[in-house]
Design a protein around this ligand. Structure first.
Ligand code: A3P
Length: 321
């Protein structure tokens, strides 16, 4: 397969100056770039680098998501589905590696050259909003495919608030729910506004359903077997009758289930290093994995306000949560 020439990573990325900025969820502030809030030191650089220097291959598969919508789960499900003929369930890489170690985040590759040597088909993930992706990824002729997962905004907010407080340096006071709620409603969250992130992929998936598969966390929780079959078909690897009879779909769902992954040694003790500054304990990716947990934290007023924003934002798109 032909790979387009890529520029040398020695060339510096020119960052735009004087971008609007707002308070961050951790130590760093966020900047507004092309309508989305990004961390200036990692996400902004990565986005610009990908926009300028990343050349997808027609066989590439991308998992796109806003943080805390089920990225870890989908990484595991897609990885297991794509590689189902390579591994046995008893010695599967997902039993000893965190899904984030099996499927890297494209956004952390500031130097895209690192990806050149990867064999095809490459499976990568990204948090980039659809409208920020380079045309080389979005145009129908590029051939690559995108799976997008989204989740009820109320559960995303609570999941994110809990996660950010785990990541926040110990010398800082925890971020209060009121503060997190305000930032999230104003759209000031990593790769947010959350609703705009969802809408970008939703609209694109309607225009080009062969290229973009739009999934909801809640649907997958309700019908995981159906979800995995849909994924396999979309990725051009539908399950064979013999595979279904042999319980392959159930095996994948079981392997990637919250209970199974959370209880693995690797996910209880190891850490994952996304960058020099971002190191996350694997256990923090597995909190509760429930639908509707936000009810246990948000007040009735908060829930109502979030529902109103969601209704207003999604009104013309017929997207329902
Ligand atoms: P909660 O915080 O509501 O429990 P991401 O992977 O995008 O960071 O999303 C994290 C959310 O997905 C967390 O939600 C986490 O518990 C949940 N999650 C992680 N692994 C999962 C799995 N295998 N099945 C279902 N949910 C999972």
């Amino acid at each position: 397969e032909e790979i387009a020439p890529q520029m040398t990573h020695k060339r510096c990325i020119e960052l735009p100056q004087n971008l609007p900025r707002d308070k961050g969820w951790m130590t760093e502030h966020l900047v507004l770039y092309q309508g989305f809030w990004l961390t200036p030191d990692s996400a902004l650089k990565a986005v610009i680098s990908i926009q300028n220097r990343f050349y997808p291959r027609p066989s590439d598969i991308f998992l796109a998501s806003s943080p805390k919508t089920g990225t870890t789960w989908l990484k595991a499900l897609i990885f297991a589905t794509l590689n189902r003929t390579c591994y046995d369930f008893s010695t599967h890489p997902l039993l000893v590696h965190n899904p984030h170690d099996c499927v890297p985040l494209l956004d952390t590759f500031i130097h895209q050259n690192d990806l050149e040597s990867w064999p095809s088909p490459r499976f990568l993930s990204t948090h980039m909003p659809y409208t920020l992706l380079p045309c080389s990824m979005t145009c129908a002729s590029s051939g690559c495919k995108l799976v997008y997962v989204c989740r009820n905004p109320k559960d995303v907010l609570v999941s994110k608030w809990k996660f950010m407080n785990k990541l926040r340096p110990k010398h800082l006071p925890p971020l209060s729910l009121d503060e997190a709620f305000k930032l999230f409603c104003e759209g000031v969250s990593h790769y947010g506004p959350y609703w705009d992130h969802v809408l970008g992929y939703w609209k694109a998936s309607l225009e080009n359903p062969e290229k973009i598969l739009f999934l909801k966390y809640e649907d997958l929780k309700r019908e995981p077997l159906e979800g995995v079959k849909r994924l396999a078909e979309f990725l051009g690897k539908p399950f064979l009758v013999e595979e279904e009879k042999a319980g392959m779909v159930q095996g994948i769902v079981r392997l990637c289930s919250f209970e199974n992954l959370r209880n693995l040694e690797v996910n209880k003790r190891d850490v994952i290093r996304f960058s020099k500054d971002i190191v996350v304990e694997n256990r923090n990716f597995f909190r509760k994995g429930n639908v509707g947990d936000s009810e246990n934290y948000l007040t009735a007023e908060m829930m109502q306000l979030l529902d109103e924003i969601t209704k207003k934002k999604f009104f013309s798109s017929r997207l329902i949560f």
